[in-house]
Design a protein around this ligand. Sequence first.
Ligand code: SF4
Length: 385
Amino acid sequence: MPSLYLHIPFCERKCIYCNFYSVENLDSRGRFLQALLREIDLRADQLASDPEAPTSYSTIFFGGGTPSLLSPEQLGSILESLRRRFVIAPDAEITMECNPGALTEGWLADYRSLGVNRLSFGVQSFHDDDLQFLSRIHTASEARRGITAAMRVFDNVSLDLIFALPGQTTERWRSNLREGVALGTEHISAYALIFEEGTPLNAMRLSGVVSPAPDDLDAEMYAETMETLAEHGFHQYEVSNYAKPGRECRHNLGYWERQTYISFGPSAHSFLRGETRQERWANISSLTAYLQQVEAGTLPVASRELLSSQLILEEMVMLGLRSRGVNRAEFRQVAGCDLAEYAPNTVAMLATQGYATLSEHVLSMTPKGYPFADRFAVELLVGRK
Ligand code: SF4
């Protein structure tokens, strides 16, 4: 299920923890839109002569940045261009990320009529002091109002929440989860706060202004997440993602299952999984340079990498263990032997101690194993040594 991704690189204000590429000056939105449409044409022309390129796409994702800063007219012109240049499946999942502080409620029905059928709200917390600390532009009541309005128009709405905030208690985190559930959403992404290098938040950590939550508290909140959401009928299908049956994000599953995705916009990353080659490339992470290159008729690619078998194997195990499992047939195809022969001791330990289940086709983490998925992936990959 190949996918298309569009990076909309504008935010009204940067959040202190965020390391996604975006700019706070919104003035060049019109010029960016024209460049994005041009990039879509340039890329479609290039893929038309690539025999390994997908023939159709089953998901589209507007991420960023803040896609909800796009008016329905702007969004409509992007979708029209994608539909003109690519074959989009009739039942395609089309997601748009929404910032509750940059959402025009009157536009929701227009987005829906243009074909958007899934919204993902960056809520992060239902407590105003948490939101102020994270420098989000919205308040808790704006988030509640935006989600409630969205759910009158969309039946597929997701929330992002962040735990392990400095000073946060498990009880407070639980209240966020409960409020998310009570609003009736059927998909929740729950991430631990990460102190990303280069962010203001990390500078605060380095200067001693804030400290990360202790590991045991972080683990307690993670366990609380799994428990509370399971109680309410959500199942975990990735380390940080929970959904009611049938509400898993198809676009993100495509990333984790290493399906092709073609991306547009500054800093956007793409992956092409062909029969004879697997390739990743990244667009330039500068709006100015992106505009100049695309306006000159050049694809704005900053780096490109052909994946070796070893890298493919590593990605397959790392991503697989974090989501729905490592496909044994695909592993065999690349490694030349079964996973259970490649790392017999680790596979046996995971299965017997309840960290993973090993079926005929897949090795997948259990809820007990998910917190340690990255560590187990490393152990599996060095299995032969
Ligand atoms: S709104 Fe989203 S993309 Fe923009 S700075 Fe905040 S977290 Fe990052």
